[in-house]
Ligand binder design. Structure first.
Ligand SMILES: NC(=O)c1ccc[n+]([C@@H]2O[C@H](COP(=O)([O-])OP(=O)(O)OC[C@H]3O[C@@H](n4cnc5c(N)ncnc54)[C@H](O)[C@@H]3O)[C@@H](O)[C@H]2O)c1
Length: 353
């Protein structure tokens, strides 16, 4: 196998960023494109140089020429599509979340192991330079031992970001398809990705998730407040997620400003984990010994994080790298996001072993 032939399932908003990654990688080719919307399937196949398009994903799974599939569909379809793809012998990448229940995640992990196939959960944040830099400064002891982490996710007016088709939003307002409100597997999940990347495992979490009507009958899960504890030195973590419909936030992606404050025994690191920027003059800043330091180039092109993600999938298939986010890690993150949703609904702290 010198070239991995990839089938893209779900050619919506985020698929373009994945397709750009495969097109740039000499070791991969987009062999087929599938979308339930025929016009989308045809136009994206033409645009991405693929000879084949389908409206039924099973046609991709039945094609013996296809080695791997990239599943970019609404959340409720992830688990059934992954399980069928693995049964058909395909390597799989899936966008977050891995599944909508831990039981489905367990079935997926068992199936991938049984068939010895690669399974990656696409997580572009894990290629985001400021996050990786912050972790290496922390590990080098630059701010001493961690004592607390705060994440702020500020969602602004849609006009500031890229153009999103209304149908890309619609399924997100249906909890059966999305798994919660539109921000659960978005800003809340992303905050948990960053916090666990910096400070590893979480052993308890509680949340209060509000509801704001943004259009008659359509609610977003904001404002929200999530609180957790990392096992590392019992370090507390908090997230505040807000929606400001009249705030213009310029962005090449979604109009969301995300920043993190990581406090240690000797200093503080601030970092930006979104392409939008309303507050910080550098992607990473550090306070130590009475001085403020700034690091990194301002990175507004989020696409390179996605390219790193598809590159990692191809590397993992060839066996030259481990998945950046394995199915097991995807399961952990899923558990935390579900815990936030359930903690808010039940008003109870969720504990993990
Ligand atoms: N990591 C990130 O930064 C990030 C950002 C945005 C979206 N995402 C994730 O990417 C995934 C897709 O999100 P999106 O914004 O592109 O959504 P979208 O609605 O724009 O795209 C989904 C596509 O799937 C198609 N589809 C629906 N049912 C299908 C089926 N049965 N078979 C084939 N195609 C089908 C739809 O027609 C649509 O074109 C989600 O899991 C989402 O959470 C991740």
């Amino acid at each position: 196998m010198t070239t991995i032939k990839v089938g893209i399932i779900g050619a919506g908003q985020i698929a373009q960023l994945h397709a750009d990654g495969y097109k740039e990688d000499d070791r991969a080719v987009i062999q087929a494109v599938c979308d339930v919307r025929e016009d989308t399937a045809i136009s994206k196949a033409l645009q991405w140089g693929s000879q084949v398009c389908h409206t039924n994903y099973r046609a991709i799974l039945a094609d013996p020429d296809i080695d791997a599939v990239d599943i970019l569909t609404p959340h409720h379809l992830h688990a059934p599509m992954i399980l069928e793809a693995l049964a058909a012998g395909k390597h799989v990448m899936v966008q977050r979340p891995l599944a909508l229940t831990v039981a489905d995640a367990d079935r997926i992990i068992a199936e991938a192991r049984k068939r010895n196939l690669t399974l990656c959960v696409a997580e572009p944040l894990l290629s985001h330079a400021p996050l990786l830099d912050a972790r290496s400064y922390l590990e080098a002891g630059e701010i001493g031992e961690p004592v607390g982490i705060r994440v702020k996710v500020g969602v602004g007016a849609p006009e500031g970001g890229w153009k999103v088709r209304p149908e890309s939003w619609l399924w997100r307002f249906d909890p059966k398809k999305c798994g919660g409100g539109p921000f659960l597997f978005d800003g809340i999940y992303g905050a948990l990705v960053s916090a666990t990347h910096l400070l590893d495992k979480v052993d308890q979490l509680s949340a209060w998730i509000g509801r704001t009507e943004i259009y008659p009958g359509y609610f977003v899960d904001a404002p929200a407040s999530v609180m957790w504890r990392h096992r590392w030195r019992n370090c507390p973590g908090t997230l505040e997620l807000t929606y400001s419909p009249e705030m213009y936030i310029r962005s090449s992606h979604y109009p969301t400003d995300t920043r993190i404050e990581l406090t240690g025994t000797k200093g503080i690191i601030w970092l930006r984990t979104s392409p939008a920027n309303v507050t910080m003059s550098a992607p990473v800043q550090m306070y130590r010994d009475g001085r403020l330091f700034s690091f990194g180039e301002v990175q507004e092109d989020w696409a390179q994080n996605f390219k790193a993600t598809t590159r990692n999938f191809i590397d993992a298939i060839f066996g030259s790298a481990e998945p950046q986010c394995s199915a097991e890690q995807g399961r952990q993150l899923l558990r935390l996001a579900i815990a936030a949703r359930d903690s808010s609904a039940t008003e109870r702290i969720q504990k993990f072993n």
